[in-house]
Design a protein around this ligand. Structure first.
Ligand SMILES: *[C@@H]1O[C@H](CO)[C@@H](O)[C@H](O)[C@H]1NC(C)=O
Length: 392
């Protein structure tokens, strides 16, 4: 039975031991994607505070007179699937969708038009706010080999001007969040000057602590590993974000990369061993030696056997923090979170850094078993929605 939030909170408070300590974990955000638009029964969504519908194209907001706001599901269709009171947000942009943001950020006129359109979209759809997924302001996006970062350096200051304009257009009561990169090399737009400016207008940051190994790398890493995640959140804190305004990203999908056999076979640690060349150094094109799939996808036939071994023979790396398997038969490095690896991030990251929330990409990606969501829920059961943690 779903009790209203306030009643659940009262029950928790009445049942709480005196030692209950205040914890800042108050947010659990699920991206709901057009690729996998499915959700579990509502009891499994008991901790979800926000759902972000991904994605609406950024370029829509540069049109002068747009009236329609196409998305794979409407806000009204989404609300009844979640606990009453769950905030429904529209995520704008996503990987590869940078041109619309660039055009928007250009000058005062374009920023005002973009922000005004966001306000009209929010009011038209009935959403509670927007999540800005510009990957990434200042460069290093999908087109980084076509448009060098040096041509995008103006975006760094323009980004916070754009966010400021969005806040003034949608008002103080709607939510603004931003999805931000997990690797320091991609944090071009997030400087000690811009982060404090951004945080005046943004409610929270979804730190994408996943895909931290990708085809731009040349050695094996944990794509959503603990040490890399700590480095990511620490970078935002050192640039001026408060830990409670950061959400830690969880990936409900696997990744794999083709490695060099001899070097990995002879290396004691399988972390840091060389991959094959993963992308074309001239064009940045994918060379087909890396891949990934969500828990809801069919496993690609060519890696079925290897993935089976990764599930059964993989281990947890206590040093770097992450589940992995190096499959020597097929020279594949597998990196993904098991439910156990999800749970370990609570003591190792959430509690240590006192972060304000968690988010996952994405909810339907964990269907049909929702084992990783269940792992999050097991941990979130120990916190209540008012931010108190049962220390027992
Ligand atoms: C802003 O940029 C647009 C698009 O390039 C241009 O048409 C417009 O004149 C610019 N406005 C100002 C005030 O610079």
């Amino acid at each position: 039975m779903i009790l209203p939030r306030v009643m659940r909170w009262m029950l928790l408070v009445m049942a709480a031991p005196r030692s209950m300590a205040v914890s800042p974990v108050t947010r659990c955000i699920m991206y709901l994607t057009g690729q996998h638009p499915v959700v579990p029964p509502v009891d499994q969504l008991r901790h979800v505070t926000h759902v972000a519908l991904a994605f609406m194209d950024s370029h829509l907001f540069n049109d002068a007179l747009r009236e329609d706001w196409p998305l794979f599901m409407t806000v009204d269709q989404v609300r009844p699937l979640f606990v009453p009171g769950t905030k429904v947000m529209i995520a704008i942009g996503g990987w590869g969708d940078t041109q619309g943001f660039s055009s928007a950020a250009l000058n005062d006129t374009t920023r005002k038009r973009f922000a005004g359109n966001i306000a009209r979209m929010v009011s038209h759809t009935g959403a509670d706010g927007v999540d800005i997924d510009w990957e990434y302001p200042g460069g290093n996006g999908e087109d980084y080999k076509q448009i060098p970062n040096s041509e995008k350096s103006w975006e760094i200051d323009a980004y916070s001007s754009l966010i400021k304009e969005i806040r003034s257009a949608i008002g103080p009561d709607k939510i603004i969040s931003a999805a931000v990169p997990g690797l320091e090399r991609d944090m071009l737009g997030f400087t000690p000057k811009t982060v404090p400016e951004l945080m005046q207008h943004i409610d929270f940051l979804n730190v994408m602590t996943y895909d931290m190994m990708n085809r731009r790398d040349s050695v094996t890493k944990h794509h959503t590993g603990v040490v890399l995640s700590l480095e990511a959140v620490d970078a935002y804190v050192s640039r001026g974000a408060k830990p409670e305004s950061l959400n830690l990203g969880f990936a409900f999908y696997t990744k794999y990369f083709k490695t060099e056999h001899a070097a990995c076979a002879s290396s004691a640690s399988k972390v840091g061993c060389p991959t094959l060349l993963l992308e074309d150094p001239e064009t940045g094109a994918d060379l087909g030696r890396a891949g990934g799939f969500s828990w809801h996808d069919n496993v690609p036939e060519e890696v079925t056997e290897s993935f089976r071994r990764a599930l059964h023979e993989g281990v947890y790396d206590d040093e770097q923090g992450g589940y992995y398997h190096w499959d020597e038969a097929e020279d594949l490095w597998w990196t993904f979170d098991t439910p156990d690896a999800v749970e370990r991030k609570f003591p190792l990251i959430m509690d240590k850094r006192k972060l304000g929330g968690v988010f996952a990409w994405g909810l339907g990606e964990d269907a049909p078993a929702y084992k990783h969501l269940a792992a999050l829920n097991r941990r979130l059961d120990k916190y209540d929605c008012q931010g108190k943690k049962d220390e027992l």
